[in-house]
Ligand binder design. Structure first.
Ligand code: ADP
Length: 398
């Protein structure tokens, strides 16, 4: 049996896990422990396509959840003994972590320190790392940072035009997120183009609940839409993306919002959800707008408008474009969003093949543009495979 990596994505109330074949990227076993710390905690997983759900006791914490995941693994002996390392997705690596690294007490402390920039994520990651060290004491553990892929951004792209001291003293700058996904789909695009990644100018749009878009010039990220936090940029499921920062001060000064209320408003109640007042789910909005719901249509129109705006500006940055790539739950599956986006880019030399656009969904990857167009791909992302490969590299080859 090939070697496998246990990939963990520990959030504040959930742990997503996947056993990844380091050679092929396949995931024979994957699942989620969710509602941790609440009364309806449960563990759901699928093994070779067969789904199982286990109720966990009330208020199950990360440590107990990982022990339960360990027990599931024990039931699959051969698979368990093929696991050679644990890879942790860590959202914020700041400027300190330029690449993935083996976790030692200093690394753990560094991730904890960065919690001031990503409080919900990084503290949950530390809890997950400590629990995984208890549950799998014999396996090397590696941290793979969402931000690391964007270390190639030039300073003039990652700085905000704020007083420079805020960057120097507090690290206030653009970091970028979804790095593993942009990394994976850019390499897949290069493969489909039959070119070395260093020869490729690409724009990769990861459109899921969180959405980000990256400009890649000669294989290296040179700009990206998410910023100091994942709030900046595109319209997302519940995040507003780009906004005049004065809206925040207005809400606080004139409408008596607290800072926490502004943060909740912009992160959890805005985006597709906030505009449509219906749902953050693109599928629901597509269904509703087809039935004539104006709010659903407006939310989708805003989503596409912002996306088109970014694509246009990134074409200006990367120069002659080799391919535009759609990925993430919406990018991989929504023929509608792809069609609406490309229709607005017709004057820039883009057009879709209707059949390919309709058929390239649900895990299928490939070209969706027609023969006259610049290349447009829809590619099913595999962030876990990027994490697994980096984990093996750090644990055994670095
Ligand atoms: P996350 O960012 O939480 O990982 P995903 O990448 O799974 O999220 O993306 C979730 C989004 O993908 C939701 O808005 C969902 O509606 C959308 N989506 C999934 N399947 C489809 C589909 N067939 N058509 C349109 N949108 C879809």
């Amino acid at each position: 049996m090939n070697q496998h990596v246990l990939v963990l994505n520990c959030g504040s109330s959930s742990i997503k896990f996947a056993i990844i074949d380091a050679e092929t990227g396949a995931a024979p076993l994957q699942g989620i422990a969710e509602n941790l710390g609440a009364h309806n905690a449960q563990l759901r997983y699928s093994f070779d396509g067969k789904k199982t759900a286990i109720e966990l006791s009330d208020n199950t914490n990360h440590k107990e959840a990982l022990a339960s995941i360990g027990r599931v693994l024990k039931q699959h002996d051969a698979l368990q003994s093929s696991i050679i390392a644990v890879g942790h997705r860590v959202v914020h690596g700041g400027e300190r972590f330029e690449q993935s690294c083996l976790i030692d007490p200093l690394v753990k402390e560094g991730i904890r320190d960065l919690a001031k920039m990503a409080p919900l994520h990084n503290l949950a990651h530390v809890a997950g790392i400590e629990s995984a060290q208890d549950a799998f004491p014999d396996l090397p553990q590696v941290a793979v940072f969402d931000t690391a892929y964007f270390q190639t951004l030039p300073k003039h792209a990652y700085l905000y035009a704020l007083p420079y001291a805020l960057y120097e003293q507090h690290g206030i700058r653009k970091y970028g997120f979804h790095g593993s996904s942009h990394h994976f789909v850019s390499h897949e695009a290069a493969r489909l183009l039959n070119k070395g990644i260093g020869q490729c100018n690409l724009i990769t749009a990861h459109l899921g609940n969180g959405c980000s878009i990256t400009a890649i010039k000669q294989g290296k990220a040179i700009d990206t839409s998410m910023g100091f936090t994942p709030l900046e940029g595109l319209v997302m499921g519940t995040r507003c993306g780009d906004i005049d920062p004065s809206v925040a001060t207005f809400l606080i000064e004139s409408l008596d919002y607290s800072a926490a209320q502004v943060s909740a408003l912009m992160n959890k109640q805005s985006g597709l959800q906030g505009i449509s007042q219906l749902s953050n789910d693109c599928r629901t909005l597509e269904e509703q707008q087809a039935l004539g719901n104006e709010n659903a249509k407006l939310a989708l129109d805003m989503f596409v408008h912002r996306l088109v705006k970014y694509i246009g500006s990134y074409i200006a940055l990367v120069g002659p474009l080799d391919a535009l790539v759609f990925t993430g739950g919406i990018g991989e599956n929504s023929s509608y969003i792809r069609q609406q986006t490309i229709a607005q880019l017709a004057h820039m030399g883009f057009s879709l093949d209707e059949t390919l656009n309709a058929e390239t969904r649900f895990g299928r990857s490939g070209r969706i543009s027609d023969a006259t167009s610049k290349s447009v791909f829809a590619i099913a992302t595999n962030e876990e495979w990027v994490i697994a490969k980096d984990t093996i590299h750090c644990a055994f080859k670095a």
